[in-house]
Ligand binder design. Structure first.
Ligand SMILES: [Zn+2]
Length: 394
């Protein structure tokens, strides 16, 4: 695999040189197809490339093509985002670390019996033992990328195509199928449908890894530059950091699954709203970005599950009393919402989740629900059907 990555890296760089030269000599832009047609010649001149699956080589040229397209895209958008458009670069050994089978040439052999052990068969490479950390049997596997990480370990990534799902029409969704979600600092998220409450915690494992990394980094700062010991500890740090990143990601996947599975309409605060002046949200925006990732995951998972994700303005969601609407000022250190006006005492995150849910119902849901005279006959029939299910005694 190391050999293949190295050969692919050289192909990438050669492809880049060719494009640059073509432009320098004759102002022509080479396309992906032109370069792909040269692959047989590359193979006959350099027989070692016969040991790599042909689609993997196509993918290398495709990456180069994408880098070019990205570059021109950035030039077009220059000024808009103020970003400088960097030209595609040559890849050094440390910067090229994966190969992709974009369609064929790989097979994941995995018994779906709860065991995580599997075999990955890669054309022109062989059979590799693999830990299947997540179940992906529910979709059609499309691509496979094999990656070498900084700690020298190997990972396989699959993209999976899922069947299309149909969303339940809004008119058929009941108010109790709406949940408000507050993403928090102590807890990852608090969910409520107005009656029941679910809390999702940050696992202790993450804190443990964070502590471990800190200790190692302290050790690292005490080692001599370019010493063997330094290299050794640096590798350990990389390994721990990967574990931490995986634990975080894994946790976000679990949490987002839990959130998306819970109800039909899921309401978050829109953390991208301008002018997030409240302490509550400021702290969120400057934190490690877990919330953004969690919400992104919920959005795409909801798409697959046929659920609705909605956003409300985060203004005052942590300060208002969810029972009487009075403003109860509190900074981040105050974990309990305690209302002098109506006497409500509850967890601040739950109070916020209730407000988020209520805001959506008041501002959006109530106007989405069709007024009775606007109903067509089909709607009426559906409504009647729904009513029958709801009240079978009638
Ligand atoms: Zn109150």
């Amino acid at each position: 695999m190391n050999d293949q990555i190295e050969l692919c890296r050289r192909l990438y760089n050669a492809g880049l040189t060719e494009r640059k030269e073509a432009y320098r000599l004759s102002q022509t832009s080479l396309t992906y197809n032109l370069q792909q047609n040269e692959l047989p010649a590359v193979k006959s001149d350099n027989p070692e490339y016969n040991d790599i699956h042909s689609q993997v080589l196509c993918d290398v040229l495709n990456r180069l093509d994408k880098a070019y397209k990205g570059f021109f895209e950035r030039i077009k958008n220059k000024g808009k985002k103020g970003k400088k458009a960097g030209f595609p670069r040559y890849k050094s050994r440390g910067k090229y670390n994966s190969i992709t089978y974009p369609q064929l040439g790989f097979k994941l052999i995995h018994k779906n019996n709860g065991s995580k052990k599997g075999i990955l068969q890669l054309s022109k490479i062989g059979y590799i033992k693999i830990i299947v950390s997540r179940d992906i049997t529910y979709g059609k596997i499309k691509t496979c990328t094999v990656k070498r990480d900084k700690a020298g370990d190997w990972l396989a990534t699959f993209t999976v195509e899922l069947p299309d799902t149909v969303k339940k029409p809004l008119e058929q969704i009941k108010e109790q199928d709406i949940i408000g979600v507050d993403v928090g600092i102590n807890k990852l998220a608090v969910l409520t449908d107005g009656i029941e409450v679910k809390e999702i915690d940050n696992p202790k494992l993450i804190a443990k890894y964070e502590k471990g990394i800190k200790t190692l980094q302290k050790q690292l700062s005490r080692t001599k530059k370019r010493s063997y010991n330094r290299a050794k500890i640096r590798k350990k740090v990389a390994k721990k950091q990967r574990k931490l990143a995986n634990a975080r990601k894994d946790n976000l996947h679990k949490a987002s699954n839990q959130i998306v599975e819970s109800e039909n309409i899921i309401v978050f605060e829109d953390l991208n709203v301008q002018g997030m002046v409240q302490n509550h949200n400021l702290a969120k925006s400057i934190s490690d970005g877990s919330w953004g990732k969690l919400i992104d995951m919920c959005v795409y998972k909801a798409e697959n599950a046929g659920k609705y994700i909605e956003f409300v303005n985060p203004r005052n969601t942590s300060q208002l009393c969810s029972r009487c609407g009075a403003v109860v000022k509190k900074d981040l250190s105050v974990r309990i919402h305690s209302c002098n006006n109506c006497g409500l005492v509850m967890d601040r995150d739950l109070n916020a989740a209730l407000n988020i849910r209520e805001k959506y119902i008041r501002n959006v849901w109530n106007s989405v629900k069709m007024p009775a005279d606007a109903l067509t006959s089909t709607h009426l029939n559906e409504q009647a059907g729904a009513m029958k299910q709801e009240f079978p005694m009638l």
